[in-house]
Design a protein around this ligand. Structure first.
Ligand code: NAD
Ligand code: G3P
Length: 403
């Protein structure tokens, strides 16, 4: 570490249910590793006015804050709690809520992106040109972006837009359980191109990797490698395994949200555990096939079967995730899932509904709907073109091929 005189500054872009939870994890770790990271962590908050709930422990104790709606950033910084998106969880005092996006990312050498996927495009547009050129990113976003030229990982989209390297974090991680410090595992994919770091003693001016054009991290900063990712995210209650498979990690997190909707549909029908297990079996097969077919050797089948971001996330999401729960209520009550989302989630966002539509538009464009009967069926059910009761028949691959 000789020659290292600076520390990494970490910023979290996003402050929802998972965004705030990961911010807590990171702020605990920057405090524990002050040799490598600046202790203070800035967290960008999409500002809104929030009325303290009568159920909040702060309601009686803080009459001034409770008397009228307050800025969410003000509440977070005063109470050290995100009362809207992670109520009841104490946040470290070195975590600072900031409504100014550019101020949040200013000077940050590690950017953690954690937003519902529909908002990431605009957020990256806003910060383009304002990030440290040699910064590194980690995307905690579960979703994919489909455009005319294909199906893209958010880690890649963020990296390309901002001109930085971006890895991914995804796992069997229901945010509230992690926030309550109940044991769970996660997977981080981090594989920046070689020559990423200057050796101590080399010029401190950021140079570029000749192939990727990425800027090397100057020698005054600690190296960023698998071990540093572990230092930043691993907690006694949140175990991290690091891999190089960015595509596998990202796809596992995105595609399981479609499967969780199907699990909710059959549970809402009261069909029991065998039906749910059937959905999960087909779901993991389609995840692996999607990775192989569209991401080739850059997505490894074993990532889906051996890492937390694969089958483990599928299991937890099909047991207690928001997509599962809302899909189940929607079928049991015969109410549109978007209405259930608005009614039940207090501003949190389902990711499976839009991912199902995006993945379907990609499969259709490639003539592959029939090869992914579960993903296709979920989209048709959400569109009202099929019924949850039709799932067993729709899971026969030939059905979509004939239609
Ligand atoms: N919540 C979980 O249990 C969990 C766990 C693991 C991964 N994830 C993934 O993490 C990502 C972030 O999810 P989350 O749970 O933090 O979000 P969330 O579902 O809590 O969404 C609410 C957030 O969206 C923000 N928002 C609303 N409108 C916005 C706008 N126009 N622009 C920018 N932000 C806006 C809100 O301010 C709030 O911070 C998602 O991809 C999700 O799939 C979630
Ligand atoms: O609540 P969901 O359905 O968005 O899922 C949450 C996490 O992704 C589970 O790992």
């Amino acid at each position: 570490m000789s020659g290292v005189t600076k520390k990494h500054r970490v910023a979290i872009v996003g402050s929802g249910n998972w965004g705030t939870t990961i911010a807590k994890v990171v702020a605990e770790n920057t405090r524990e590793h002050p040799d490598e990271f600046e202790e203070e962590v800035q967290m960008w908050v999409f500002e809104e006015d929030v009325q303290l709930s009568k159920d909040s422990k702060h309601y009686k104790a803080n009459s001034a804050l409770a008397s009228k709606p307050q800025k969410l950033t003000h509440l977070i910084n005063e109470l050290h709690e995100n009362v809207k998106y992670l109520a009841g969880i104490s946040l470290p005092t070195n975590l600072i809520a900031n409504a100014d996006l550019l101020d949040t990312v200013k000077g940050a050498t590690i950017l953690v992106f954690n937003l519902p996927h529909q908002f990431i495009g605009k957020t990256c547009d806003d910060i383009e040109g304002h990030v440290v050129p040699f910064a590194r990113g980690i995307s905690c976003i579960k979703g994919v972006e489909v455009t005319d030229d294909g199906c893209h990982l958010f880690s890649d989209r963020i990296g390309e837009k901002l001109g930085i390297y971006c890895g991914a974090l995804s796992g069997a991680n229901i945010a509230n359980e992690v926030a309550l410090e109940k044991f769970s595992e996660t997977t981080i994919a981090y594989a920046p191109p070689a020559m990423d770091h200057h050796e101590p003693g080399e010029s401190s001016a950021p140079s570029s990797n000749s192939k990727s054009g990425l800027k090397a991290i100057p020698a005054e900063y600690p190296e960023l490698c698998h071990a540093s990712m572990k230092k930043l995210f691993h907690r006694p209650y949140f175990h991290v395994r690091v891999t190089d498979d960015v595509a596998g990690v990202s796809l596992g997190g995105a595609l399981k949200n479609i499967v969780a909707l199907a699990a909710g549909f059959v549970d809402g029908l009261g069909w029991g555990d065998n039906a749910k297990a059937a959905i999960m079996r087909v779901g993991i097969m389609e995840e692996v096939k999607f990775g192989k077919m569209f991401f080739g050797s850059s997505s490894k089948p074993e990532t889906f079967t051996e890492e937390s971001c694969g089958v483990a996330d599928l299991i937890t999401s099909c047991s207690g995730g928001r997509n599962f729960r809302c899909a189940k209520m929607s079928v049991a009550e015969r109410v549109d899932i978007h209405e259930i989302e608005r009614r039940e989630l207090n501003g949190q966002k389902l990711q499976g509904t839009s991912t199902a539509a995006e993945v379907n538009s990609f499969l259709k464009a490639n003539g592959k709907e029939g090869e992914f009967p579960l993903f296709t069926a979920v989209h048709y059910i959400l569109e009202g073109k099929a019924r949850p009761e039709d799932l067993p028949e729709l899971l026969e691959p030939t059905v979509h091929e004939k239609s």
